[in-house]
Design a protein around this ligand. Sequence first.
Ligand SMILES: [Zn+2]
Ligand SMILES: [Zn+2]
Length: 289
Amino acid sequence: MMCSSCGKRAFEKFRGRYYCRECFIRKYEGAVESAIRRYRMVKKNERVLAALSGGKDSVAMLMSLKSLSRKLNFELEAFFIHLGIEDYSDKSLAVSQKVSSILDVELNVVRIEDYGFRIDDVKRKTCSVCGNVKRYLFNRFARENRFDLIATGHCAEDILANLLKNMYSGNLGWSEKQKPRIEGYDRMVGRIRPLYEMSERENLLYVLARELPFVSEECPHAPSTMWKEIVYDIEKRVPGYRVSVLRNLARERRDEKTEYRYCKKCGEITTSSICQFCRNVMKYSKKSG
Ligand SMILES: [Zn+2]
Ligand SMILES: [Zn+2]
């Protein structure tokens, strides 16, 4: 098989055509760039803090943002949260440090052990506690260090799987939070999802084409992949489903304002008097317990 663009030996298929390694990289980065432009994700001179976990998606995000940062004129640093998950966290940190140094991007590291607990101490609802910890620490770090945007490596399947799951549980206001760019307000920093239209497989091939290291094993607490498998099934039966739903989702508007107040303990935004993060700290911290 030959590259349909330059005639060299093909590396892989990208959106229906075969490309050599170099052309694959160019096509992938071009697709990320057009999604960033389409959804106006980044404005000139904004400071972007990219969430790096060491997995293929976040490595693909950091690499593609780095490749576009000069052209689109934004600043870029990376952020890693050490979650205190046996072996997995140390390994992920080592990979994240390696990737950041290859890409020459500054890596900021925060450890939840400094708050008195580890994700391994959480026995029930581990993933929701973990998600809360990540959202909280990202936002706080980004704001305290004057970043304009937090970038996360959610791929198309992540977003669609969450959409299906949340529709099932009746959590409909949720779709608003899954836009490619969400503006910040008050103490909340804005968020972007540069890989909004990119599939897991494309991210993996891009990281391989770029020859970057990544953590291949799943988090030991990772939830079931059932919803993602359903997304793959639908895409197989309805080609183009993924991009179509994502673009409709990005266009949808809702005007309801969420009520919020400030946490009595830490001052971050919350809907109750003490935020979920502080409640997690109180529940799991050895210092307080
Ligand atoms: Zn080529
Ligand atoms: Zn709090």
